[in-house]
Write a protein that binds this ligand. Structure first.
Ligand code: GUN
Ligand code: ZN
Length: 481
């Protein structure tokens, strides 16, 4: 019955994993589309054919529905929804809080979720909204914690329970919530109440919230980002360590006539082309789709297809070791995503602890690439190399044969002594024509190496473009072009 999570590959803090709940299993990162039993715009059986392995639905809606409550209690959720994959149920506490009062207890909702045969149950947590005062957040978190203890006592330690991690935008509280989840032995942990951050494009704070929660959680816990369903942010959230996403965006946006792309959302009415490879877009022109009587359903199918494709792309990037490039690409789509990405780079020293990818690609994509962990790790590594007494640093200029030792200068890494020439990352990295920023990082690496080799005589061979820079930075060295 228990929920288990096995990590198969890692890249940055992103992981490819296998999530098992009872007999059911899904690959992660995963998207669980939100299914509302009353408006199944895409029936779950059809979603399954599109590659959906798991869905999420709202237990509160089932419990309040004349039509569905009894059916779910007698036939079970999987039969009622016509879906034999993984079904997670949410207690609906977030929706109850946003749309009205709570008239159900923790024990009642969990008992109901168990009764209808849900694979993962969510207790009645209290979502802590971003702009609430700290004292309120603390007392709300305490209630959630009590309910998580109660859930284990009533349903046993192996019950398939999710443990929401709250704490609003207070880093220490998010971390504490993560620690409490870990202490109670929870392995499936959704990060809660982040919808308002995402709706307001507060990606910078979202990155902080995820990283802070992860600091408290057990590294082996499966992390779900509650309510995250826009594909433009999957790569960034996965790189911060999120494994599962859920969203109603595919359906909500379709209702509003909005067309999702991996880099943003367009209004169908303003489109002249359908730039996508999904079956809907290949079998309709933009005009046909606008006028179709099935427009909303077709748009939902497209929206879900591109969302699922992005999840596959994120999994592929983690498996190949190219998640950094994907994050960099996606986060250029909106200035607020770029803000989130820059925050992620600022917090790289903390994130890099989770990172142990061995096969990795390093394509220099602009100044942000200088902040990748490979660069700082290389600088530490290169400073441990012992140089001979007379070394040529080949920084783009001629390489005369009279030097016993030659080290290529390759920014943003810096010098590549022959010991490191073939090794990851400096050797295989692909860099374009140098820019100021990367050269500054390369110089930092060269200074670190020279500081540890004070007796070495250094000659730098460069080009007219960088001569002045090297003369200024290395007054002790012979510089020629
Ligand atoms: N859906 C989106 N956010 C939340 C949350 O904080 N808690 C629960 N239970 N569901 C959510
Ligand atoms: Zn499409």
């Amino acid at each position: 019955m228990a929920v288990t999570f096995e990590i198969l590959h890692k890249d940055i803090a992103g992981r490819i994993g296998k999530l098992k709940a009872g007999e059911r299993q899904i690959k992660t990162p995963a998207l669980l589309p939100v299914v509302n039993p009353h408006l199944q715009i895409i029936p779950p059986a059809e979603m399954k054919k599109m590659g959906v392995e798991g869905i999420i639905t709202n237990a509160y809606i089932f419990s309040k529905s004349k039509e569905f409550r009894e059916q779910a209690e007698t036939r079970g959720l999987h039969d009622v929804l016509g879906f034999d994959g993984l079904i997670m149920t949410d207690s609906g506490s977030f929706q109850m809080m946003v749309y009205g009062g709570v008239d159900i207890t923790n024990e009642e909702t969990l008992g109901f979720q168990k009764k209808i045969g849900s694979d993962i149950w969510v207790p009645l947590d209290i979502p802590t909204l971003p702009d609430e005062p700290r004292e309120d957040v603390i007392s709300q978190m305490d209630i959630t914690w009590e309910r998580m203890k109660q859930a284990k006592e009533i349903f046993g330690k192996d019950a398939p329970l999710a443990c929401p991690v709250q704490g609003a935008v207070f880093g220490d509280l998010r971390k504490k919530a993560g620690e409490r989840a870990a202490e109670l032995g929870y392995t499936y942990c959704p990060i809660g109440a982040v919808v308002p951050l995402m709706e307001a494009y507060r990606y910078r704070e979202l990155v902080d919230v995820i990283i802070d929660a992860k600091k408290g959680l057990s590294p082996g816990a499966c992390v779900h980002l509650f309510g995250a369903g826009h594909p433009s942010m999957f790569a960034l959230a996965a790189a911060c360590g999120c494994d599962v996403f859920d969203s109603a965006a595919y359906a909500l946006y379709a209702k509003d006539g909005r067309y999702i792309t991996p880099s943003g959302t367009l209004h169908l009415d303003e489109m002249t082309e359908l730039p996508c490879a999904c079956p809907v877009c290949r079998s309709h022109t933009a005009e046909e789709l606008k006028k179709s009587p099935d427009r909303q359903k077709l748009l939902a199918q497209h929206n879900l297809a591109v969302t699922l494709a992005e999840i596959s792309r994120v999994r592929a990037a983690i498996a190949e070791g190219t998640l950094f490039e994907l994050v960099d690409e996606r986060c250029r789509a909106h200035p607020k995503l770029l803000d989130g990405y820059r925050r992620f780079l600022e917090r790289m020293p903390e994130i890099a602890k989770f990172d142990c990818s061995s096969k990795r690609r390093f394509f220099y994509r602009g100044s942000e690439s200088c902040l990748r962990p490979e660069v700082s790790r290389y600088h530490e590594m290169v400073s441990r190399i012992e140089l001979s007494s007379d070394v040529l640093i080949a920084a783009g200029g001629p390489v005369p044969s009279r030097f016993a030792e030659v080290a290529e200068f390759k920014p943003p890494f810096g010098p590549i002594p022959y010991e490191l020439a073939e090794t990851w990352p400096a050797g295989p990295a692909e860099v374009p024509t140098w820019d100021e920023e990367m050269v500054a990082y390369g110089i930092k690496g060269l200074k670190m190496l020279l500081a540890e080799n004070p007796k070495t005589h250094v000659t730098i061979s460069t080009t007219a473009r960088w001569e002045e820079t090297f003369r200024r930075e290395f007054p002790e060295a012979d510089v020629f072009i």
